[in-house]
Structures are given as structure tokens and as C-alpha cells.
Design a protein around this ligand. Structure first.
Ligand code: NAD
Length: 337
């Protein structure tokens, strides 16, 4: 099927081409992000293939529909960037890759926690400069610490297991649908207020929804332990970044790791190393010694990219052949009604 692939990087092209070798879809690779300005590139393409920061709001979807596009194939799990109501009204089929490698994201999350609590990001630079002082690098054991996991779906459950079985932590969880297997392993589901108050480390794995937008804010931060370690590898807007900056300045947050940022669309996946960063909030975040940021790379493993490519193309094949795409997003179920 003729498909316009937006936000293409060399690795997308490489993995999609390999997975497409026997399928024969007509893939056209475009580097720009899908926005109102770039959506004309998709004119005449029945399918678009998009990623996390492509913009699929009503105006873009209307233009895509007018140009003949009928399928939106997301090559990611999250779909908060798609106006599902508009997509449904315009007759789009929207499909995603719900579980390409939850291990990739879970392992990156654990890596971020270890780096933060043992100051590995600082140690790396120090040793390279010939500075072998240990002052400022004092960490703490994870053993017997309390880890709060918000959202225990595919990724959150793996993170909870790692902290329970791998490090001997107490794990407190919160989810609208508790997972009995985690309870058997020793995790406890508690109200959010309890999780905020009792956790030494808090890691976010719930989706970005209207009810989870700015879940971490001035009020919830106030409930947390002084010096709490906060990690977000889910979606940027789960965190009110300005509130978090104030909490870093006051010491309420002891360390912060982010793989996602609420305004990441203008920054991430680009090489801006020769430019001045215009986002003052993000630039402030970079000044803290106890903040570690990765640019939405938690998913970025060989296994995950192979699975993403295979499952994205399977969604496209199924749509083309009149079958139900395995990653179909059922809009009624997600939005209700
Ligand atoms: P999932 O759907 O398997 O799990 C999400 C869990 O959150 C579910 O168990 C759901 O019941 C729960 N949930 C929903 N609303 C909630 C609420 N209000 N409070 C608490 N829990 C709630 O999803 P997943 O595959 O585990 O992905 C989790 C998140 O990670 C998604 O937001 C996804 O976009 C993000 N993600 C990030 C990357 C990355 O590279 N950084 C890669 C993949 C996924």
C-alpha cells in the first residue's frame, strides 16, 4: 500500500525497509514531522505512518482526509497526539503498535533510576576529566527502599517486578486496573495519596489522558517525601515542568530523570547542537546537577525497532486486505460512546 512515512530517521527507514522486503508496500520516506504545514506531502497516499510527535489534530486530519488518506498507522504505542474523535468522524482507521518491547522501556527506566541514585551521569564526566574525588557522588542503596509505580500495564509491571525481585524494594502501585500477579509477587496497590507520601522513588507508566495530565503538580509534589526521586519515561505532560523546577530548587525533588518532556516536539529527535535552545523551561532543567534527561530513547533497542516495523506493516497489510489491523484503536472503547 502506498504509505507516507513521516518523521523518518535513518533507523526507521532501515528497519521498515527490511520488514517490507517480502511485503512490497510502497513506502515513501519523509523527514519532516507531520504538521498542518507538511501534510500536503501525504496527498494521494491512502496511508500515513507516523510517530510520537507527529501532529494529528482535527485540521491536519481534515487535510489528510481531503487528500485521500484513510489509514493512520502509528509506529508507537501512545496515541495522545491523535484527535481520535475527529479521526472517527472523518472515517479514519487508526492503528498503533501496543506492545513492541515493554522490556526496552522498563530496562531504560531502571537504568535511569540507577544512574540517578549512584550519580553515574556525574561520575562519567568527572573521571574523563581526571577528577577522582567522591565528594558529591554519595548514593543510596535501593534495597528496602519504597518504589511507587503509577500505571502497572505492560511497562509498569516489568518495572515493578525488577524493583521487587531484583533489588528487594517495597513496591507500591496505583492503577485503575490492578494486576493480581504483581500482588502475588508482593506489590501493594494503594491510593495515590499513600503512594506519593510513602515512596522514595516514583516512576510514571500510565498513559497521558485528560485525567492524568499534570498528574505531578504543585499539590501532588507537596505530598511527597523530601528528596524524592522522580522518573518519567511515559509522556511528558504527565508532569507540570514548572512545578517540578520549583520542587528541584526547594530540594523537595532530590533527583529527576526524564525521557519525555511536555514540549518535546520542538526538540527531540533533532540535532540542535549548533543552535541556541529557545525553550527556557527546558534550558533551566539542563542546569540542575541532579537532573538526567534522555531524548525519548527508552524504546530505542534493536528488538523494539524490529517489532515496531513488523507490526506497523502488519497493520497496513491488514487494512489493505480488509482485515482488522491487530493494533486497531477502538475509538468507542477509548473515548466511550
Ligand atoms: P499499557 O496500556 O500496557 O499500561 C498503561 C497502564 O496505565 C494500564 O494498566 C492502565 O490501566 C493504567 N492507567 C490508565 N489510567 C490510569 C490512571 N489514571 N492512573 C493510573 N494508571 C492508569 O501501556 P504501556 O505499554 O505500559 O505504556 C505506558 C506508557 O509508556 C504509555 O504512556 C506510553 O505512551 C509510554 N511509552 C513510552 C515510551 C518511550 O520510549 N519513552 C515507549 C513506549 C511507551
Amino acid at each position: 500500500m502506498k504509505t507516507a512515512v513521516f518523521s523518518t530517521r535513518s533507523y526507521d527507514e532501515c528497519f521498515l525497509k527490511a520488514a517490507n522486503a517480502k511485503l512490497g508496500h510502497e513506502l515513501h520516506f519523509f523527514e519532516p514531522r507531520l504538521t498542518e504545514r507538511t501534510c500536503r506531502l501525504a496527498e494521494g497516499f491512502p496511508a500515513v505512518c507516523v510517530f510520537v510527535n507527529d501532529q494529528l489534530d482535527r485540521p491536519v486530519l481534515e487535510k489528510l482526509a481531503a487528500g485521500g488518506t484513510r489509514l493512520v498507522a502509528l509506529r508507537c504505542a501512545g496515541f495522545n497526539n491523535v484527535d481520535l474523535r475527529a479521526a472517527q468522524q472523518l472515517g479514519f482507521t487508526v492503528a498503533r503498535v501496543p506492545a513492541y518491547s515493554p522490556h526496552a522501556v522498563a530496562e531504560h527506566t531502571v537504568g535511569l533510576v540507577l544512574a540517578l541514585v549512584r550519580r553515574l551521569h556525574k561520575a562519567y564526566n568527572r573521571v574523563r576529566e581526571g577528577n577522582f574525588h567522591l565528594e558529591g557522588l554519595l548514593g543510596f542503596d535501593l534495597y528496602k527502599k519504597t518504589v511507587g509505580v503509577v500505571g502497572t500495564g505492560k511497562i509498569g509491571a516489568l518495572v515493578a517486578r525488577a524493583f521487587l525481585a531484583g533489588f528487594g524494594c517495597r513496591v507500591l502501585c496505583q492503577d485503575v486496573r490492578p494486576n493480581p500477579e504483581l500482588v502475588q509477587l508482593g506489590a501493594e496497590y494503594v491510593p495515590l495519596e499513600t503512594l506519593w507520601a510513602a515512596s522514595d522513588i516514583i516512576t510514571l507508566h500510565c498513559p497521558l489522558l485528560p485525567e492524568t495530565h499534570h498528574l505531578i503538580n504543585e499539590d501532588t509534589l507537596r505530598l511527597m517525601k523530601d528528596g524524592v526521586v522522580l522518573v518519567n519515561t511515559s509522556r511528558g505532560a504527565l508532569i507540570n515542568t514548572r512545578a517540578v523546577i520549583r520542587a528541584l530548587k526547594s530540594g523537595k525533588i532530590g533527583a529527576l530523570a526524564l525521557d519525555v518532556y511536555e514540549e518535546e516536539a520542538d526538540l527531540f529527535f533533532e540535532d540542535l547542537s549548533n543552535r541556541v535552545i529557545q525553550d527556557d523551561v527546558f534550558a533551566r532543567m539542563l542546569t540542575f546537577p541532579n537532573v538526567l534527561i534522555t531524548g525519548h530513547q527508552a524504546f530505542f533497542t534493536q528488538e523494539a525497532l524490529e517489532a515496531i516495523a513488523a507490526e506497523t506493516l502488519e497493520n497496513i497489510s491488514a487494512f489493505e486486505q480488509g482485515r482488522r489491523p491487530p493494533g486497531l484503536i477502538e475509538v468507542e472503547k477509548v473515548l466511550g460512546g
